[in-house]
Design a protein around this ligand. Structure first.
Ligand SMILES: *Cc1c(COP(=O)(O)O)cnc(C)c1O
Length: 394
């Protein structure tokens, strides 16, 4: 089997699993207890916090452990909104290609009287930092722009946006769930005020993540209860998960440059191979993209059929088309970068991993080429295109 859906989730690394075991067995204590045995748990928790902080150049006290990326995104946005409301500010700037954890929270805030500006996005899937400057108003209380996109892999100009937000004194949050563990991140150099991350996107366990919140920024609690996380997130800590995340993050950081170079070579081989399929198009900029992301549209086919046939050939992939998730609308990301509905429906995301080989890339190219040809052979839309009854779009 070839697993090419690492943007959806990654396999737990051996190192992470090993780091988790003690906290599921011998060191099972509650970090908040007062007897000496539990001190080991408390120390492990704070050690993990310091180590996670170091990986993004933050301070230990600036890390809040959460249940994952969605929770971190929710807490960041709702915190900035609450602070804005207090100061009479109700304008938020974002992009149309954010993850639903951000987009749905923004929708909720819109219902609460917030005005949201969605920045224009080009065909390349990258926003322009200067558009952020132009959108900032007196009433802006937050800019939230994802670091890297989960569907098309495009990387946004985070440092430039951070600089502008700092100049304008507007808090800047980034959903960095796809970037942490894959790209070098320095929250100080990039002027990031809040950042969301999730362990299962970098070979850590599911159900754990963190929110970086720069010192001085107030948060609101999504979960009330005990005084864990300095009173910012209640609930007995998921210590095993946190230990696994920390080990996975350090491992990813240590291997980042080598892994990235290797993955880019495999990625570009697949992109070259799939580009040879007639009437296909790469989605998102070829350069400003995650090392593991390949995303294509193929005219005249349905993404879901493509996925099923690839599954038969032992390839796990994903489609930007949301039909699989019970809705007929194609991906909001593909529509935002200007793909028309028909074309957006025929999309394929392959998110390769550190261990994807050149041989597997060859297998993927052959399999996708075959399957696309087979589906086109059965497609009335494709026949119309070939007979000139419809115009090719790509
Ligand atoms: C996966 C993902 C999330 C959600 O993270 P969970 O830990 O699964 O809640 C948020 N944003 C992006 C960009 C993601 O890829």
């Amino acid at each position: 089997m070839i697993y090419a859906d690492n943007a959806a989730t990654t396999k737990l690394s051996e190192t992470a699993l090993k780091a988790m075991t003690p906290y599921l067995t011998d060191v099972f204590y509650n970090p908040s207890s007062l007897y000496s045995a539990s001190q080991k748990a408390k120390e492990a928790l704070e050690d993990a916090r310091a180590r996670v902080a170091r990986c993004i150049n933050a301070a230990q006290s600036e890390i809040i452990f959460t249940s994952g990326g969605s929770e971190a995104d929710n807490q960041a946005l709702l915190s900035a909104a609450a602070a804005g409301k207090k100061n009479g500010k109700n304008h938020i700037i974002s992009t149309p290609i954010e993850h639903h954890a951000v987009l749905h929270t923004l929708k909720k805030l819109e219902g609460d009287g917030f005005e949201i500006t969605y920045l224009p996005i080009g065909e390349d899937g990258v926003i322009k930092a200067e558009d952020v400057r132009a959108a900032i108003k007196e009433k802006t209380c937050l800019v939230t722009v994802m670091y890297a996109n989960n569907e098309i892999g495009t990387i946004q100009p985070i440092k430039e946006i951070g600089k502008i937000c700092k100049e304008k004194n507007v808090p800047f949050h980034t959903d960095a769930v796809q970037a942490v563990g894959h790209l070098h991140i320095d929250v100080q150099a990039e002027n990031i005020d809040m950042l969301s991350a999730s362990a299962h996107k970098f070979h850590g366990p599911k159900g754990v993540g963190f929110l970086y919140v720069k010192k001085g920024i107030r948060t609101v609690n999504l979960i009330e209860g005990g005084a864990q996380e300095r009173g910012r997130r209640a609930g007995t800590e998921n210590l095993a998960g946190i230990a696994g995340m920390t080990a996975a993050l350090e491992e990813a950081a240590a291997n980042m440059d080598a892994d990235s170079a290797k993955m880019k070579a495999v990625r570009d081989k697949i992109i070259d191979g799939l580009s040879k399929i007639p009437h296909s198009a790469l989605n998102g900029d070829a350069e400003k993209r995650l090392p593991g992301n390949v995303n294509f549209c193929f005219e005249g086919i349905e993404g879901e059929s493509l996925l099923l046939l690839l599954d038969d050939k032992g390839i796990c992939a994903s489609s930007g088309s949301a039909c699989t998730s019970g809705s007929l609308d194609p991906s909001h990301v593909l529509l935002a970068i200007g793909r028309v509905h028909d074309v957006a429906h025929g999309s394929l995301r392959l998110s390769i991993g550190e261990d994807t080989t050149q041989e597997q890339a060859d297998h993927i190219i052959t399999a996708v080429t075959d399957v696309v040809a087979r589906l086109r052979g059965l497609s009335p839309v494709w026949r119309d295109l070939c007979e000139g009854k419809r115009q090719h779009i790509i």
